[in-house]
Design a protein around this ligand. Structure first.
Ligand code: NAD
Length: 562
């Protein structure tokens, strides 16, 4: 008998035996548990998965009830989750989603961090980040391709396609930030990363993402500079505040080649440690006087961005990596904060225009060899997709699995569905020993409105239009994804984003095949439509190539094209 009642040492069951009434429920249950696996989530004891306080469930009581309900949920029922709390089960129909999730949503006028904190304290809401509250986080391996593709695009633009003899300086080695050293390593560069929490440094050393850790800033900088000069690949974590590292570089007139940041600055109360504080002191002040804490954190963030701007002016290729640090600094009076460019318009939007985004799959068998089998299948099916081939080859070499073996791959329109249908056949024939979950980050082509990240600087000015992620969630429900989520505040923080997620299980059945065919075509398809409507030529071309399967009665023309 599997023990579903644990609160520590949680690991999802593996293999082909069902504990629930269907694989839709079982997939959701296993991925929820996987989010809280100590090898996957950042702080499972507090139900925190990643990204500041991104949680999987509102409380342990809520978690227990979710698990219990999924175990008994019928194949014509749907469980409703309101900000991490299971509130009801309704009779729906067999092809409907088995779980619908809404996290952290607030009415516009009330959509600010202070109000959210108040409501959270009252026990009424929960921050779900993106994949934490929608149960499809797969650890640092989930963001690594986005980090790699961004740095690869930057290297193509400025450094002949490689980071050899280049130094990437950044901060934050959390759930997402922890991917930065590995991405730099994949491009043969040197990474130097400030992290205030020694445990996070140790975690990245254990996973092999970091090569060395240093307590002393001069020592860390010297080791990194030597590696840069020698053309050696090296990733160095330094135990300090981001501002201390940047100030040292400024004082010594050392200019990084590339500069960014991945502290969880989108949530200054939980995700950013103020200057002069260690983790324990910060935790105390946060508890005793959150208002003072917020002031100190915001002042430190302003200093942080000012220092990034100094290094940018001295020649560092500097970009914002999706944590809203520019806006936090701008609000503290750093008027040129937005001189730092956002990574989506710079490096990712062309991918979105082709329906490409952080698509992922996890094998419920728990067997790594089944991921390798699927790598081979993807290479066989899409071998002429250069980006995918390069990525899968690197991923296989460098990425350690965390929890349920999983793979991320930026697949585009027409690739996600054909691949998943083939996988469904392999499950049906028994070539794979258990079903496979297909899901994605909310950071995808048509599923998010986030004016300081995914929809920054849209060319028709539609950055803050949030109809698209709502349509995305509704379309995924209509298409029969097994679980669908709609959240507020992921990535860039409360008040700054709305986004949706959808996940579907390939269990080898005809029912799964129908769901996968609909969801994995329609979901990226709406993203392509969103970008074509905004006038992106690449999206228009992608649509034209698929005009037999997506009809667009009235598109574009919302604003004059540049
Ligand atoms: P996390 O909370 O797991 O980790 C943040 C890390 O920053 C922690 O290890 C913390 O100790 C460290 N830190 C905080 N203040 C610091 C300081 N002043 N100096 C040095 N280190 C400090 O968060 P995460 O999951 O790694 O996400 C980081 C940020 O990236 C978040 O804002 C998140 O929303 C954003 N994000 C970006 C992407 C993307 O694709 N670009 C994707 C998801 C999330």
């Amino acid at each position: 008998m599997f023990d579903f009642k644990r609160h520590t040492g949680i690991q999802a069951p593996t293999g082909g035996d069902l504990h629930c009434q269907g694989w839709g429920q079982e997939g959701a249950l296993r991925m929820l548990m996987n989010n809280l696996d100590e090898r996957v989530g950042e702080n499972p004891a507090q139900l925190i998965v990643y990204g500041g306080r991104g949680r999987a469930a509102r409380s342990w009581e809520a978690y227990d009830k979710i698990v219990e309900t999924l175990l008994s949920l019928g194949n014509d029922e749907t469980l409703m989750i309101q900000s991490g709390k299971p509130v009801a089960v309704f009779k729906t129909q067999p092809t409907a989603p088995r779980v619908l999730i809404a996290n952290a949503n607030l009415v516009g006028k009330w959509a600010n961090l202070e109000e959210f904190n108040r409501l959270e304290k009252m026990g009424l809401t929960m921050y779900g980040q993106m994949t934490a509250g929608s149960w499809i986080y797969i650890g640092t391996q989930g963001v690594i391709q986005g980090t790699y593709e961004s740095l690869a695009a930057l290297s193509d633009k400025y450094f002949d396609g490689s980071l050899r003899h280049r130094m990437y300086v950044t901060a934050g080695l959390g759930g997402m930030g922890g991917a930065q050293p590995l991405a730099a390593k994949m491009l043969d560069g040197v990474a130097l990363i400030a992290e205030i929490d020694a445990h996070r440094i140790q975690r990245r050393l254990d996973s092999g993402y970091l090569d060395v850790a240093e307590e002393s800033i001069p020592q860390a900088v010297s080791v990194a500079l030597k590696a840069r000069a020698d053309g050696q690949t090296l990733t160095v974590g330094v135990h300090c505040h981001a501002n201390e590292l940047l100030q040292y570089l400024i004082d010594e007139n050392i200019v990084p080649d590339v500069l960014s940041d991945q502290t969880a600055a989108h949530d200054p109360l939980v995700g950013y440690i103020p200057d002069g504080f260690d983790i324990a002191d910060a935790a105390r002040l946060r508890q005793q006087d959150p208002t003072h804490y917020l002031q100190l954190a915001r002042t430190s963030i302003a200093r942080h961005v000012e220092r990034m701007l100094v290094l940018q002016r001295r020649g560092a290729q500097t970009f914002d990596y999706g944590n809203n640090i520019r806006r936090e600094a701008f609000d503290q009076g750093v008027q040129d904060a937005f001189d730092i460019e956002g990574y989506v318009p710079a490096y990712i939007r062309d991918l979105f225009s082709q329906g490409k985004g952080p698509f992922r799959w996890a094998v419920l068998s728990g067997k790594p060899e089944e991921i390798y089998r699927l790598d081979d299948l993807a290479l066989q099916m899409f071998g002429d997709n250069k980006l995918l081939r390069r990525w899968l080859t690197l991923a296989r070499k460098h990425i350690q699995f965390q929890g349920l073996p999983a793979r991320i791959a930026y697949m585009g329109q027409g690739e996600r569905d054909t691949f998943a249908l083939k996988v469904n056949e392999l499950v049906a024939t028994g070539e794979l020993s258990a079903p496979v979950v297909f899901g994605r980050d909310h950071h995808d082509t048509g599923s998010v409105a986030s004016p300081y990240r995914e929809t920054e600087a849209m060319q028709d000015g539609s950055d803050a239009i949030a109809d698209w992620p709502i349509l995305n969630a509704l379309l995924n429900v209509a298409s029969g994804a097994h679980w669908v989520a709609f959240h507020h505040g992921g990535g860039t923080g409360i008040g700054y984003s709305l986004h949706a997620g959808a996940n579907t299980v390939a269990d080898g059945s005809d029912d799964s095949a129908g769901r996968l065919a609909r969801v994995l075509w329609n979901d990226p398809g709406l993203g392509v439509v969103r970008h074509a409507d905004a006038g992106y030529v690449l999206a228009e071309k992608t649509l034209a190539a698929h005009s037999d399967r997506i009809r667009t009665p009235l598109l574009g023309g919302n604003a004059a094209k540049p």
